[in-house]
Design a protein around this ligand. Structure first.
Ligand SMILES: [Cu+2]
Length: 235
């Protein structure tokens, strides 16, 4: 498992966001270098020297004004088009019915697999390479679902279903967080996305719905009873 790192994208969605970030950063750096360079050049080249008269004053140059209007306009259009492309790649329309329903609670994530009867907490298993249409809900307050290597952030809102696409290119365990402060124990709201080959995923789902095996020894029976008793893990 890796630290969650948006600079190491592992899905087409995350890569679209990363690509847009890189292109924008290159554009911004070029603008900074051009502007700061022009200022630095002007400071040194045209500094006041002793005994020198004031430089010639210019006002109003149509040519210069057209240039410094058209170039920024083209830059903005370019960034706008790149952003639209990124949005299309990150956020295609939702599937008619969700593959997965993730619900934010104070302070944990409930994960339901419609149709299979599987429900988990804070651990999302997905088959590798398959895009899953995920419906995001909240039981109480605003939370924000974010697995940086796999997908964009999305706020979960009570009584308003939100949507993301979740996919991982290769089998691994990816870290996710709630990225919107939702109460005093917000920091507990980490979750794992376990991407595994299709057949392992199916196997995992089958074990999830299989009935729990009965305790085989007296000690195990006592343990099972304690586990089910009202303690902090199940209250
Ligand atoms: Cu939260």
């Amino acid at each position: 498992m890796h630290a969650s790192n948006a600079l190491n994208p592992q899905s087409p969605q995350a890569r679209a966001i990363y690509d847009l970030g890189i292109v924008s950063t290159i554009v911004f750096v070029l603008i900074f270098v051009a502007v700061a360079g022009a200022i630095a050049y002007a400071i040194f080249r045209f500094r006041g020297r002793e005994g020198e008269a004031d430089p010639k004053q210019y006002a109003g140059s149509e040519k210069v004004e057209v240039i410094w209007t058209v170039i920024p306009f083209l830059i903005v259009v370019f960034l706008f088009v790149m952003t639209l492309r990124g949005m299309n790649r990150t956020d295609p329309p939702a599937a008619p019915s969700p593959d997965l329903v993730v619900t934010g609670h104070q302070f944990w994530w409930q994960v339901d697999y419609p149709g299979s009867g599987v429900t988990t907490a804070n651990e999302i298993h997905i088959p590798t390479g398959k895009p899953l249409s995920v419906r995001l809900e909240s039981k109480d307050v605003l939370h924000e679902f974010w697995a940086p290597q796999l997908t964009r952030k999305m706020t979960t809102v009570p009584n308003a279903g939100k949507h993301i696409w979740l996919r991982a290119d290769k089998p691994d365990t990816y870290l996710g967080v709630c990225s919107e402060y939702c109460g005093t124990q917000h920091a507990w709201m980490r979750f794992l996305v376990v991407a595994e080959p299709e057949e392992d995923f199916e196997k995992w789902q089958a074990t999830q719905v299989a009935p729990a095996t009965a305790p085989a020894s007296a000690n195990a029976a006592q343990g099972a009873q304690l586990f089910k008793a009202p303690t902090c893990i199940n209250s």
